[in-house]
Design a protein around this ligand. Structure first.
Ligand SMILES: Cc1ncc(C[n+]2csc(CCOP(=O)(O)OP(=O)(O)O)c2C)c(N)n1
Length: 283
């Protein structure tokens, strides 16, 4: 492939991934409307990362979610489940029609993701446990000689928890090049911005100081996510921290503009506006 056709194919890939991210956001809105409330802002905010991971980066078999050599996506923040379900449904790991059961009695798609749901690796929800579990899995997979990588999504709020930093220390000590931590810096936690609750910045310098190969990017920019992953793949002797600055509610103007987005209640009349705003947003 010459330089020109390579540039065209990477531009095409980016557009496809942006379209996929929009499809994930559509699923998020569909699920959220069923219950009328929830962690909608997080699902929308993280759709770009999930599109890149599930439709470009990760190795998995939708027909065999337990395939031993799969890459594993570990959701520390169990309450972001709505975003993960959107990706699992679009990827064919759970049936697309199942998202219509979200949050209802008996559904496998609970508001916080349980490990009994196909494609969900751990029961998240008790914050601060995802990175320690990811470190253990990364060590175990390496011992087994598997090519699998661990992609852990954690939140800015989880960077206030001691267990996260113990795991960060262990990840560097064991030189876990097969471990990736994405830190979703949406600048909100339940009671306000982290800077007002307990400051976590400068986050990239902290991960770097803990011995991780660290990058900080716009987490809603598909090209930046692809670039960060390409750079990370070249470093094999250190775990990778990719700090993502994201916008809660990304893609839906009225949600983006809400001052508090951690858990939102949405009036019945607002959903059609939200859907329209999502479709109108330029890729
Ligand atoms: C150990 C633990 N403490 C408290 C909670 C309750 N809780 C659920 S979501 C949340 C907000 C955390 O903020 P962050 O993790 O940054 O998530 P975001 O605001 O992006 O949703 C809290 C405190 C929890 N789930 N686990």
């Amino acid at each position: 492939m010459n330089a020109q056709s390579e540039a065209i194919s990477s531009a095409t890939q980016e557009i496809r991934l942006k379209e996929t991210a929009r499809a994930l956001r559509r699923h998020v809105l569909e699920m959220a409307e069923i219950v009328g409330q929830g962690y909608v802002g997080q699902g929308l905010g993280i759709s770009d990362l999930l599109a890149v991971l599930y439709f470009r980066e990760m190795r998995y078999d939708p027909k065999n979610p337990s395939w031993q050599d799969r890459d594993r996506f570990i959701l520390s923040t169990g309450h972001y489940a709505i975003g993960l379900y959107a990706a699992l449904a679009e990827a064919g790991i759970i049936p697309l029609h199942e998202i219509g059961t979200y949050g209802t009695d008996g559904s496998r798609l609970e508001m916080a993701a349980p490990e009994t749901t196909p494609g969900v690796e751990i029961t998240g929800g008790s914050l601060g446990h995802g990175l320690p579990q990811s470190v253990g899995m990364a060590i175990g997979l390496r011992y087994q000689g598997r090519p699998s990588r661990i992609f852990n999504l954690l939140s800015d709020g989880e960077c206030q928890e001691g267990a996260t930093w113990e795991a960060a220390m262990a990840g560097a000590h064991y030189k876990l090049g097969n471990l990736y931590a994405f830190i979703d810096c949406n600048n909100q936690q339940a009671d306000g911005p982290p800077a007002a609750i307990m400051n976590i910045e400068p986050l990239d310098k902290k991960w770097e100081a803990f011995g991780w190969h660290t990058q900080r990017i716009d987490g809603n920019d598909v090209a930046a996510i692809l670039g960060a992953l390409a750079a990370a793949r070249k470093v094999e002797d250190r775990p990778h921290a990719i700090v993502l600055d994201t916008l809660m509610g990304k893609g839906v103007a009225t949600f983006e503009q809400r001052e508090k987005n951690h858990f939102i209640r949405v009036g019945a009349e607002e959903w059609s506006v939200a859907r329209q705003q999502l479709e109108e947003r330029a890729l």
